[in-house]
Design a protein around this ligand. Structure first.
Ligand code: ZN
Length: 149
């Protein structure tokens, strides 16, 4: 039983790939340094599996919430509605951003900035070493900005 459930989870476990992409870290005075974006890329199959797991999890939580007195009046409908909404959100998520590493253009120290999985670039953040404001741009965004300006 344990072996068969392990094999089942291994088969449906998303097989995402860890990838990196070059990017620019700029300060508010337009000085820039090269950085590296670390993210997990999902194939369409991975996205569907992750979304299905999320929907299933929500509906299992709804089933468990049925037995909680009073709270079940709002928890059960909330989980039942959240399941398909989170399914569609997850199925559209092509990657999960993890962190940006590189050199700060203000203090010239090596920095590592954690990102939320759903963060979109360009994004303004603060340097963890000098607290200066930094603009994180991926190359595609930077090329568009260069064309417009
Ligand atoms: Zn800095």
């Amino acid at each position: 039983m344990v072996v068969s459930s392990f094999l089942f989870w291994r088969r449906i476990k998303p097989m995402a790939t860890q990838e990196t992409k070059s990017m620019l870290i700029r300060d508010d005075e337009k000085n820039s340094c090269a950085g590296m974006l670390h993210y997990i890329a999902f194939t369409p199959t991975d996205r569907t599996k992750r979304a299905a797991i999320m929907w299933t999890g929500c509906w299992i939580a709804a089933g468990i919430a049925v037995f909680i007195p009073l709270a079940h009046f709002f928890l059960v409908p909330a989980f039942l509605i959240a399941g398909p909404i989170l399914f569609f959100q997850r199925s559209k998520q092509k990657d999960a951003k993890e962190k940006v590493t590189g050199t700060c253009p203000r203090c010239h120290q090596e920095i590592e900035i954690k990102l939320e999985a759903t963060d979109q670039l360009p994004k303004w953040v603060y340097c963890p070493k000098c607290d200066g404001s930094l603009d994180l741009n991926d190359d595609e965004t930077q090329n568009l900005i260069d064309k417009v300006i």
